[in-house]
Ligand binder design. Structure first.
Ligand SMILES: Nc1nc2c(ncn2[C@@H]2O[C@H](COP(=O)(O)OP(=O)(O)OP(=O)(O)O)[C@@H](O)[C@H]2O)c(=O)[nH]1
Ligand SMILES: [Mg+2]
Length: 345
């Protein structure tokens, strides 16, 4: 792609042109040659959008709630971007179609830009694709970008880690769901929505979540002490553990009951999200969390590029090592240790 073409696309996106943004999203989806130049050219016009991850178990009502949130943010005059991560096979297109239908009243609105990505087949990794699309929508002028993803699986969890604010959607009557949330999502939940509050059991779900937050807080502090699970900063020698503990305590995720189908509870949910947004922008602890996210992005990129380059250079040695392991002459740990001592040149 010529530098002139890169500049033309980037300027089109920055002017808020839907066609240019759609074109760049396709380049990003395909990891087409030149897509990273365009992303770099867009960088100066990014950084304005508030990125809200919306996650939770299948069927919890995420898309219905996203539709409501689009409406609420549009009413306040913001342009809105949506990145919907489709949990199903790209060949059936089922969930993408479902999302389209649920959000269709916004498809005619040129202040709303909705993109879906398929979980399988996302080139270069799901969270990277999602993060790149978020950047495009940010540059296009979205004041808010909503990223919907099912909260199961490591890839989907990674996606939520790129958000400024993560909304975890639960619904009543699913004891297992609480267990599942406990396992993966507590760490990244900034706000909980107990959706389908028109059904029995919403109050019990709220109590379960309250208990979980109380217990989980202890577990998080313990994990921070062991230097686990809080991104690159926690692994850095001399990371101030006490400060990190305080950071974890500082924000307690509020729990908001709502009914996405009717809009009941939406104002309370909007204000809980807004409160977290202010916390993350206006307190040193929120600032530290934002920095940590950028550290992680750089570390991920570094890991990918350094590992790729290394494997290209030493592919033959890895293959030879694998052969020895297959013949059971040696074990994978010994081979990996030996390979890691390879001359970096
Ligand atoms: N009773 C009731 N039903 C709801 C509510 N919110 C959503 N639903 C219904 O729950 C079903 C699933 O809603 P979705 O918004 O598709 O849920 P989702 O979490 O996006 O689902 P996936 O993307 O497939 O994981 C739909 O039939 C909705 O109409 C609610 O507040 N109350
Ligand atoms: Mg959905």
């Amino acid at each position: 792609m010529t530098p002139a073409r890169v500049a033309e696309l980037a300027q089109g996106v920055a002017r808020g042109e839907v066609r240019a943004a759609a074109r760049v999203c396709r380049l990003v989806d395909d990891r087409a040659p030149g897509h990273d130049e365009v992303l770099r050219a867009l960088w100066p016009t990014t950084g304005r959008a508030w990125v809200i991850g919306v996650t939770g178990n299948p069927g919890a009502g995420k898309s219905t709630l996203v539709d409501r949130l689009i409406g609420a943010f549009r009413a306040s005059g913001e342009k809105v971007g949506v990145v919907a991560v489709d949990p199903t096979s790209p060949f059936t297109g089922g969930a993408i179609l479902g999302d389209r239908i649920r959000m269709q009243r916004h498809f005619e609105d040129d202040g709303v830009f909705i993109r879906s990505i398929a979980t399988r087949g996302a080139l270069g990794g799901l969270s990277r694709s999602a993060a790149d699309l978020v950047r495009v929508l940010d540059a296009w002028g979205a004041g808010v970008v909503l990223v919907e993803t099912v909260g199961v699986g490591q890839d989907e969890l990674e996606v939520t880690r790129t958000a400024h604010t993560t909304l975890v959607v639960a619904s009543p009557g699913l004891g297992d769901e609480i267990q599942a949330i406990k396992a993966g999502l507590l760490e990244c939940a900034d706000v909980f929505a107990v959706n389908k509050a028109d059904r029995d059991g919403a109050d019990a779900t709220v109590r379960d979540l309250e208990l979980m937050i109380a217990l989980g807080g202890e577990a998080l502090v313990a994990a921070a002490r062991r230097g686990l699970g809080h991104g690159a900063a926690a692994f850095r020698p001399g990371a101030p553990t006490e400060a990190r503990d305080a950071a974890e305590r500082e924000w307690t995720p509020p729990i908001v009951k709502c009914v996405a189908t009717t809009g009941v509870g939406l104002p309370a949910l909007m204000s809980a999200l807004g409160a977290h947004h202010r916390w993350s922008r206006e307190t040193p602890l929120g600032e530290a969390r934002r920095r940590e996210r950028e550290e992680r992005a750089i570390a991920d990129f570094l890991t990918a590029t350094v590992t790729d380059a290394w494997l290209r250079r030493h592919g033959a040695s890895v293959e030879a090592a694998a052969r020895r392991v297959v013949r059971r002459e040696t074990d994978p740990w010994a081979e990996a240790a030996a390979l890691s001592r390879h001359d970096p040149e």
